[in-house]
Design a binder for this molecule. Structure first.
Ligand code: GLU
Length: 434
């Protein structure tokens, strides 16, 4: 009997998908959970998930709307779209109406649909969040990584953006700028945003301003680049980070009037794919975007916790010999262990993947390698998310301390023990290597 050699199981996959693995952020989360189930102590600094609970008024709205069972309009609930436009007006002085807003099941999905409908290259700084590039690859777009440097805290420099565009100035492009940044925790000043906006305007790029961490600027001073390039900027946001609701899956895109055709095209694809975003979640989101004192208090306390904890982790890593910039927003740090290269190499660590593997294996700290963010594999960078703590308990305790007071080390030890222990474990692992 002649046996037919069986074909490789993925042989019929779309070539753009073949070879792609599960997204790094979700893979490390599942791996950490598995290790914990098998009895290992793992500090979960891999997935970037808000530790804080969804604010109570928003939870109450969700409960009150559990009965909402009908499909909603493809673009989103009118009252929610108006609330999002109102939010941008209030927060950033950006004039948009509800007609300019598209609601989706997470901003990640909206980014994907945008790349699908718009024929243009994807231009992103390196490092950038793990999913922008794979999404471009799936839909067959060219990816143009723009270099940055640690001396500039990995920020995109206007000259480098200009260099990326000037050879073929009329080429259609989507530039994604994410600030406060995932993975670095850094952000841009108003002047830097103005300078970047000038280049974006010069080449008429579609600028996606990913402001999902905007409300988590540690001092509440987030500024949107849409103020300086209103006609070409799509503001991307959602509930996942500042409202502690990643699993609710609600994202928003706010377009300038001149890009209404793009919103329309995305809505067409939405209507043929996900139909509309979960109804109860949309009703609840109206409350979140409406703002008010309770939301502001929740945010002020969240920011203070992140500011103090981020600063502690930053200092510890710096003192342990890493090169790392002080966080300004969000909940990430992007240390570079390059200064310890020789010491690490003596122990078989010469690239970011091995670095993260060893940190997980030897110190029990889950992080993600810089290579997942578009950095060269031999560079010793990694991203950590300082979110492994019980945010509800921590926020409750923080609320007892007046906002003008600092949160001291004893507070952090008590309410963010895993992050504190993880930081100490990383530092002592580095110290032990001789
Ligand atoms: N944005 C988060 C992160 O970078 C997780 C969500 C996701 O990747 O889908 O860790």
């Amino acid at each position: 009997m002649i046996r037919r050699k069986s074909a490789s199981p993925d042989v019929n996959l779309n070539l753009n998908v073949r070879g792609l693995k599960q997204s790094a952020t979700l893979a490390i989360n599942e791996r950490s959970a598995e290790l914990i189930r098998s009895g290992r102590q793992v500090y979960r600094l891999g997935l970037g998930q808000s530790p804080f609970p969804v604010p109570q008024p928003v939870v109450d709205e969700l409960k009150a709307n559990a009965h909402q069972k009908d499909y909603l309009p493809v673009r989103g609930l009118r009252a929610l779209r108006d609330a999002v436009a109102g939010y941008h007006r209030r927060m950033h002085g950006i004039e948009r109406s509800g007609d300019d807003v598209l609601i989706g099941p997470g901003s990640k999905e909206l980014m994907f649909v945008l790349q699908l409908v718009y024929y243009g290259d994807l231009v992103i700084p390196t490092p950038s969040w793990v999913s922008y590039a794979p999404q471009a690859r799936i839909v067959g777009r060219q990816i143009h990584w723009v270099p940055t440097s640690p001396e500039n805290d990995w920020r995109l420099m206007p000259d480098d953006l200009d260099r990326a565009c000037h050879d073929d100035p009329g080429r259609p492009r989507i530039v994604i700028l994410n600030y406060p940044s995932n993975p670095t925790g850094d952000t841009y000043t108003s002047d830097e945003l103005k300078a970047l906006a000038k280049v974006a305007k010069k080449y008429k790029v579609i600028l996606v301003s990913d402001e999902i961490y905007g409300e988590l600027h540690h001092r509440g001073q987030h500024v949107s680049i849409a103020r300086f390039y209103p006609e070409g900027t799509i503001i991307s946001g959602g509930l996942s980070k500042w409202c502690g609701a990643g699993g609710w899956r609600l994202g928003t895109f706010t377009f300038p009037h001149s890009l209404r055709w793009l919103l329309d095209a995305m809505a067409t694809v939405a209507s043929e794919t996900y139909t509309s975003t979960s109804a109860p979640i949309q009703y609840a989101a109206i409350r979140a975007f409406a703002g008010g004192t309770e939301m502001e208090t929740y945010l002020a306390h969240s920011r203070r916790v992140l500011r103090h904890l981020g600063r502690h982790v930053w200092r510890s890593l710096r003192d342990a010999g890493a090169s790392v910039s002080e966080p300004v927003g969000g909940f990430y740090l992007f240390p570079d262990f390059g200064p310890l290269r020789e010491r690490l190499a003596r122990h078989g660590v010469a690239d970011s993947i091995t670095l993260c593997e060893r940190l997980l294996g030897d110190a029990g700290v889950a992080t993600l390698p810089g290579s997942d963010f578009g950095r060269p594999p031999q560079e010793l960078t990694l991203r950590l998310a300082y979110v492994d703590f019980d945010g509800a308990r921590c926020l409750m305790a923080a609320q007892q301390i007046p906002l003008d007071q600092e949160l001291d080390r004893a507070f952090l030890e008590l309410y963010c023990p895993n992050v504190m222990q993880a930081t100490a474990a990383m530092a002592s692992w580095l110290k032990k290597l001789k």
